[in-house]
Design a protein around this ligand. Structure first.
Ligand SMILES: *Cc1c(COP(=O)(O)O)cnc(C)c1O
Length: 851
C-alpha cells in the first residue's frame, strides 16, 4: 500500500453580477412555496438540481460557472429572474392592509418555539406532522405580516433517511448535514462575531451557537451545540431529532427552552407573546420566571406574569406520548434553579406533576405556565381537556380552559403548481389573499370539467413518474431484476393514468393502523384484482427507529406487496419526506386514513390531498370530523371509544371494504364518453372548494391571532404595567383563594318552585359561606336549559346572582330574579366559583362548588 494524503479543495463558482440575487433567493425559504423560484434553479441544471436534493444553496455552490454565465445573457432566463425578484421584493417589503388591521400593537412581538420545523426537504430538521405544521404556521405568519420569530434546534443529522430492503426491513441512515449547504447563516453581533450563549448542564457549561433561517418575512433562530468548545457528549445534543435516551431528550429540551430564551435575550428580541408548540420547549417557563425574579418579583407573581402572555398548543392524544422525566432526573438538572427561583424541590416538582404520576410531565408544566392552551381539532380539544382535567380538578373537562384550534395547511406550499397556474388564470392573482373566503372558492365549480380532470390526470402522471423512479432505485439497491421491476410497475403507467389509485402515507405509528386495509386479504383481493376496474395502492412512511411494532407494519406491508396477487398493485415506497408527500397528496385519486379514534390529534395530510382534488376516505377523527360534509369524500364512522381493539379493527375494515367496493370504485369508473366520471369530478371540485378556505394555515393563524395572541398581549399589559402590579395582585388573590376555598359552601334559602307560568318572575336565594373571602371574590351562578336527553354544559344559559349586602351569621346572601325565556321542563344548577377581573379564563383556578 502506498501511504498518501488526500487533500480536498472546494471550488465555488463566481455568481455573475447580473444574477447575484440568486443567493438571496437561495437563502430565503420563500422558495419552499414559490415554485417559480425552484423552477428557476432547476432550469439552470436539472441534473445538478436533482443531485443536490432540490437545495438552492447547495446548488449555487456547485453550479458550473459557464452555466451561470450563459444564463446571465439569456434574455428568457433574465425575464423570469427579474419577475421572480419583483414578486419576492413585493412579498417581503410591501406593507399590506393587514399591517394595521391585525390587532397587535407596534411593540408586539410573537415568538414560537418548536422541537422540529418542516418547510422543505432542503432543511431536514423535521420528522412529520408536528414539524410541518410548525413550518406552515411560520409561513402563514409571514403571509399575514405578523411580527413573528421562531426558535428551534439545528440538528446536524435531522431525523433519518429511510431505505427498505426486500424483506421489508427499514434501515435508518443518518447523514451529517453540511450547514454551509443549508439555507441558514450564523447570527452575528454588530462587530461581526458570532452570537453564542451558555446553558448550564450538571457539572458543565454548554456553549450554543445561534443560526437563522429566513421564512419569507419571518426569522427562525436555530440553536446548535456542535461546537469545538463543547465535549463530544454535548456536541451530540443537537445531532438527532427524536434520537437518544431520556438524558439526551432532557438536555435537548433544556437547550431549546432555556437556551432559546437566552438567545432571544442576547439578540435583543423582547417577545410580548410566547407560543409553545408541544411540550418540548416548556423549560422556557422556569427560565423566564428566573429572569423576572432578578427584579424584586416573588415566584408566584413571576409565574402569573409569564403565564399571562404564553400560549401552549398540545398535539398528542395519547397520554403516554407526553414527555415526562423522573423526579431524580429533574432534581439533577434543575437543583441550581431552585435557589434562584427561591422555591424548594417539592414546589418545582409540583409544576410538572399530575394526580396520576410523580414524574415531571412537560405538558403539565406547559399548561401551568400558560393561560391559553389548545388542542388541534375539536375532538382533540375534548380529548386533551380530559387528559389534563386534573389540572382544574373541580371543573368538568367540557368547561375547562383547554380549547382548540383546528390545524390547517399552507396552501401555497401544498397546492400543486398546475392548480396555482389555473387559479392565476381563472381566479386572478389575488386568490392568494382570499384563502379564507368561502364564497370566493365557489368559483372552483365554474372550472370546466374536462379542464379540471386533465389537471388531475397530469398531477397523477407526474406522481407516477416519481414513484417509478423511486421504485427503480429501490429495486436496483435491493438487487431486483429488470423483470421484477417490470412486474412491479405494471399498473404504474404515467402515460395512461387510468387506474384508480389510493394513497396511504404517514408515520408508521401503530395507532394509525397502516395495515387495516389488509385485515381481510381475500376481500381485498376481490377488490383490487378486478380486471375491468383495477386498483393501485401506494404506501409510504417512516417508523421511528426505536418503534419495533411500527417497523413490523412495514414488514407486513412489504410481505403482502410481494404476494403474486398483489405484486404491482400494492407499492411500498421508501423515503417518505416533504417532496414525496407533495407529489402523493396531489397525485392520488383517494387519500386513505384510518387511525384508531380518537387518537389522530388532527392529521394534516388529508387536507393537503383534499385541496388538490384528491378525495379523502377516512375515519371520522381529527380534522376530518369537521371537514367531512357528506359530499366531499367518504367517512368511516368509528365505533365507541371503549370498543375492543380486535372488534374495532374488524368492523372498521368491513366499512372500509364496503365503501371501496360499493361507492369509490363504481363512482370512479362510471366514465362518460369523455373518459372521466362527471360525478367524480363534481365530488373532487367540492372537496377543493369546501376544504381549502376552512383548513388553510391562514385561517388557523388568524384564529391564533384573534383568539389567543391579541388577548395575550392585552393580558401582558395588564399584568406588567406599573411594576407588575397586575401580576402581583392576581398572585396574592389566588393565594388567598387557595387557602380559603376548602371552606366555601352554598345553601339554598328559597323553596325550589316546581311549576310556574311564563312571564312569572322567579326568585332564587342562596347563602354562601365564604370562609373569609368577600362577595367580590366569587360568582354565584345559575345554569338553566331546557331538558334534553343529553344536555351539555355549553347548552346552558348563565345568570349571575347578586349580592344583597346582607350577611347572616357566617354567610352572605345572594339573590337572582329570573323570568325563564322558554316554556317546558327545564333543568338548572346553582354553583359558586372564585372570580377576579384579571383572570385570563374565568375558570382558570379550577375551583367550583355546586349546590
Ligand atoms: C403533512 C405531512 C405529515 C403529516 O401527515 P398526517 O396526516 O398528520 O400523518 C407527515 N409527513 C409529511 C412529509 C407531511 O407532508
Amino acid at each position: 500500500m502506498f501511504s498518501k494524503t488526500t487533500y480536498t479543495i472546494t471550488i465555488n463558482p463566481k455568481i455573475p453580477p447580473r444574477l447575484e440575487r440568486l443567493e438571496e433567493l437561495a437563502n430565503n425559504l420563500w422558495y419552499s412555496w414559490d415554485r417559480a423560484t425552484r423552477m428557476l434553479f432547476s432550469r439552470l441544471d436539472p441534473v445538478l438540481w436533482s443531485a443536490v436534493g432540490h437545495n438552492p444553496k447547495a446548488f449555487l455552490k456547485r453550479a458550473d460557472e459557464s452555466v451561470l454565465l450563459k444564463a446571465a445573457e439569456d434574455p428568457n432566463f433574465l425575464t423570469t429572474y427579474d419577475s421572480i425578484l419583483s414578486t419576492f421584493d413585493s412579498y417581503l417589503y410591501e406593507p399590506s392592509q393587514r399591517d394595521k388591521a391585525n390587532g397587535l400593537r407596534t411593540k408586539d412581538q410573537i415568538v414560537y418555539f418548536c422541537f422540529e420545523f418542516g418547510f422543505h426537504e432542503s432543511l431536514p430538521i423535521y420528522s412529520g406532522g408536528l414539524g410541518i405544521l410548525a413550518g406552515d404556521h411560520c409561513k402563514a405568519a409571514s403571509d399575514l405580516h405578523l411580527p413573528f420569530v421562531a426558535v428551534g434546534l439545528l440538528y446536524r443529522q435531522g431525523y433519518f433517511s429511510q431505505t427498505i430492503d426486500n424483506q421489508g426491513n427499514q434501515r435508518a441512515v443518518y447523514t451529517d448535514s453540511d450547514f454551509e449547504d443549508l439555507p441558514v447563516s450564523p447570527v452575528l453581533h454588530d462587530d461581526g462575531s458570532e452570537v453564542r450563549i451558555q446553558v448550564a448542564l450538571p457539572g458543565r457549561q454548554v456553549t450554543v451557537k445561534i443560526w437563522m433561517a429566513k421564512i419569507g418575512r419571518v426569522t427562525l433562530y436555530l440553536l446548535d451545540t456542535d461546537l469545538p468548545e463543547n465535549s463530544q457528549q454535548d456536541r451530540d445534543i443537537t445531532h438527532k431529532l427524536y434520537g437518544g435516551d431520556k438524558t439526551m431528550r432532557i438536555e435537548q429540551e433544556i437547550i431549546l427552552g432555556i437556551g432559546g430564551v437566552r438567545a432571544l435575550h442576547e439578540m435583543g428580541i423582547k417577545p410580548t407573546i410566547w407560543h409553545i408548540n408541544e411540550g418540548h420547549a416548556a423549560f422556557m417557563i422556569p427560565e423566564r420566571i428566573r429572569i423576572l425574579m432578578r427584579g424584586d418579583l416573588d415566584f408566584d407573581s413571576a409565574l402569573e406574569a409569564i403565564a399571562a402572555n404564553t400560549i401552549f398548543t398540545t398535539h398528542t392524544a395519547v397520554p403516554a406520548g407526553h414527555d415526562h422525566f423522573s423526579e431524580e432526573m429533574v432534581q439533577r438538572y434543575f437543583e441550581p434553579f431552585y435557589r434562584e427561583l427561591n422555591i424548594n424541590h417539592e414546589t418545582f416538582m409540583a409544576l410538572g406533576q399530575t394526580a396520576s404520576s410523580k414524574d415531571f410531565n412537560m405538558t403539565a408544566l406547559a399548561v401551568r405556565g400558560s393561560r391559553t392552551h389548545n388542542g388541534v381539532s375539536k375532538i382533540h380539544g375534548n380529548v386533551s381537556a380530559k387528559i389534563c382535567q386534573d389540572l382544574w380538578p373541580q371543573i368538568e373537562p367540557e368547561e375547562n380552559p383547554l380549547a382548540y384550534i383546528t390545524n390547517g395547511v399552507h396552501v401555497p406550499t401544498f397546492l400543486a403548481q398546475e392548480w396555482t397556474d389555473l387559479f392565476d388564470r381563472y381566479l386572478g392573482y389575488g386568490w392568494r389573499t382570499k384563502l379564507c373566503d368561502t364564497t370566493f372558492w365557489q368559483q372552483i365549480y365554474d372550472i370546466p370539467d374536462h379542464m379540471f380532470w386533465s389537471i388531475r390526470q397530469s398531477l397523477k402522471s407526474q406522481m407516477l413518474f416519481g414513484i417509478r423512479d423511486r421504485l427503480a432505485e429501490q429495486n436496483t439497491r435491493n438487487h431486483g431484476s429488470e423483470a421484477h421491476l417490470d412486474r412491479l410497475l405494471k399498473f404504474t403507467d404515467p402515460v395512461n393514468p387510468n387506474v384508480l389509485t389510493i394513497g396511504f402515507a404517514r408515520r408508521f405509528a401503530t395507532y394509525k393502523r397502516a395495515t387495516l386495509l389488509f385485515e381481510n386479504l381475500n376481500w381485498l383481493r376481490k377488490i383490487v384484482l378486478d380486471e375491468e376496474y383495477p386498483v393501485l395502492l401506494i404506501f409510504a412512511g417512516k417508523a421511528h427507529p426505536a418503534d419495533v411494532p411500527g417497523q413490523d407494519l412495514i414488514r407486513r406491508i412489504s410481505q403482502i406487496a410481494h404476494m403474486p396477487d398483489f405484486e404491482g398493485r400494492l407499492l411500498l415506497v421508501e423515503g417518505y419526506d416533504l417532496r414525496l408527500a407533495r407529489r402523493l397528496v396531489a397525485g392520488v385519486d383517494v387519500w386513505l386514513n384510518n387511525p384508531i379514534y380518537p387518537l389522530e390529534a388532527s392529521g394534516t395530510s388529508g387536507i393537503k390531498a383534499g385541496i388538490n382534488g384528491s378525495l379523502n376516505l377516512s375515519v371520522l377523527d381529527g380534522w376530518w370530523e369537521e371537514g367531512y360534509d357528506g359530499l366531499n369524500g367518504w367517512a368511516i364512522k368509528p365505533g365507541p371509544e371503549n370498543m375492543e381493539a380486535v372488534v374495532r379493527d374488524q368492523e372498521e375494515s368491513l366499512a372500509l371494504y364496503e365503501i371501496l367496493q360499493d361507492q369509490v370504485i363504481p363512482l370512479y369508473y362510471n366514465r362518460s364518453k369523455f373518459g372521466y366520471s362527471p360525478e367524480w369530478v363534481r365530488m373532487a371540485k367540492h372537496s377543493m372548494a369546501s376544504l381549502l378556505p376552512g383548513f388553510s394555515a391562514s385561517r388557523m393563524v388568524e384564529q391564533y391571532l384573534k383568539n389567543f395572541y391579541y388577548p395575550a398581549s392585552r393580558q401582558n399589559d395588564r399584568y406588567r404595567s406599573d411594576q407588575f402590579s397586575g401580576a402581583r395582585e392576581i398572585a396574592a388573590w389566588k393565594s388567598r383563594i387557595r387557602s380559603a376555598w376548602h371552606g366555601v359552601e352554598i345553601r339554598r334559602l328559597d323553596i325550589p318552585p316546581t311549576r310556574a307560568c311564563f312571564n312569572d318572575i322567579l326568585h332564587f336565594k342562596v347563602a354562601a359561606k365564604l370562609n373569609g373571602l368577600t362577595p367580590e371574590d366569587v360568582i354565584v351562578e345559575m345554569l338553566i336549559s331546557r331538558q334534553y336527553k343529553k344536555t351539555r354544559l355549553s347548552n346552558f344559559n348563565h345568570f349571575s346572582f347578586e349580592y344583597t349586602g346582607i350577611q347572616e351569621q357566617d354567610a352572605h346572601i345572594f339573590e337572582l330574579r329570573l323570568s325563564p325565556e322558554l316554556c317546558g321542563k327545564q333543568e338548572y344548577f346553582i354553583r359558586i366559583y372564585p372570580y377576579h377581573t384579571l383572570l385570563t379564563h374565568p375558570l382558570e383556578m379550577g375551583m367550583m362548588v355546586w349546590m
